[in-house]
Design a protein around this ligand. Structure first.
Ligand code: HEC
Ligand code: HEC
Length: 274
């Protein structure tokens, strides 16, 4: 009676490993067949293989073997990312947000442990699953050679399009439902990540298409942000700039605390008058 279920649970990890193995063999076979037609010395097939391997090991448990997403008992564990694009994968991995560590309300920027080549391999693997923004070329986020006027224009564009969430100086800010827009300066955000975030709109951030912000617009905003990043604090009391929570917390404690104190003061005066 109890023999069957026990054997099932013992066999399922093996079954899973066999499935993954079979998938790898099939992908290996596909790239082996594709290799001669692409180019004799092309490094692409092994790169696609590496990307698939890293994806299956680190991402498939939440996003599915083919990026189709995973739902367990009606709860989405990870969304469908077939059309997220290589740029979204590159952003999520290089900023250390993915692979996500368990369930979180908002994936956080952490230290990325993958090499640039590994990230590129996974990005290209997922990019090939559907249509989505591809990886930028270095010239698209390189800011050398921009004039002071162009950087100032970048500041204007930033204040128009981004400051509502990220603060006019890129210091970040709180959003509704406990979410937040992270600071864009002083946290090691790279030029490439800014480009990728603008084009892929992570989490609660909107996607800015090339018709809304041209590649040159994005470039000038990147230049503006690195300018802010490299210039010393322009003064004013920033409450330490620890993060988006500080100022809200200070407003609560000082503001509400002050109101309570004022109410008590009025009450005590009222009592005395009587
Ligand atoms: C523990 C589950 C989990 C793991 C593991 C995981 N993800 Fe995610 N991923 C999520 C969730 C949940 C979201 C949506 C929430 C968010 O974006 O903050 C997400 C979002 C994403 C997005 C953004 C989708 C979009 O439309 O912009 C990408 C891209 C992504 N993941 C790629 C990956 C890659 C690549 C890996 C492996 C290196 C990975 N994820 C591992 C749970 C996971
Ligand atoms: C509606 C609010 C909103 C607007 C407008 C917005 N963002 Fe964001 N942004 C966010 C949120 C929320 C995140 C965090 C996403 C996450 O946690 O996955 C984010 C993340 C980022 C990141 C990643 C930072 C990091 O720590 O890795 C960059 C870069 C970025 N935004 C740049 C921009 C730029 C440039 C603009 C203007 C063109 C912009 N954002 C407009 C809400 C916004």
């Amino acid at each position: 009676m109890s023999e069957r279920p026990r054997r099932r649970t013992r066999r399922s990890p093996l079954r899973r490993a066999a499935l993954i193995g079979a998938a790898l063999v099939v992908m290996g076979g596909v790239s082996a067949i594709a290799a001669p037609t692409v180019s004799n010395a092309s490094p692409l097939p092994t790169e696609v293989g590496t990307g698939a391997q890293i994806f299956i090991k680190n991402c498939a448990s939440c996003h599915g073997m083919n990026g189709e997403g995973v739902t367990v008992n009606g709860t989405a564990i990870g969304p469908n990312i077939q059309n997220a694009g290589a740029a979204a994968v590159s952003f999520q991995m290089s900023s250390g947000r993915m692979p996500m560590a368990g369930q979180q309300q908002q994936s956080r920027r952490t230290t990325n442990t993958f090499s640039a080549d590994e990230i590129k391999a996974v990005a290209e693997y997922v990019g090939a699953l559907g249509s989505g923004p591809g990886l930028p070329t270095a010239s698209q986020y390189d800011t050398s050679g921009l004039t002071a006027d162009q950087i100032a224009k970048g500041g204007e564009l930033f204040r128009t399009n981004c400051s509502a969430c990220h603060n006019y100086a890129g210091k970040g800010g709180a959003l509704s439902n406990g979410n937040y827009a992270p600071p864009l300066t002083g946290t090691g955000v790279t030029n490439q990540e800014i480009w990728e975030a603008v084009r892929t709109g992570p989490q609660n951030m909107p996607v800015f298409s090339p018709t809304q912000l041209s590649d040159q617009d994005v470039q000038t905003m990147i230049a503006y942000l690195s300018d802010v990043n490299s210039s010393p604090d322009s003064g004013g009391y920033t409450l330490g700039g620890i993060g988006p929570v500080t100022e809200g917390a200070a407003a609560w404690i000082i503001g509400i605390g002050g109101l309570v104190g004022f109410a008590l003061w009025i009450a005590s005066r009222g009592a005395r008058a009587r």
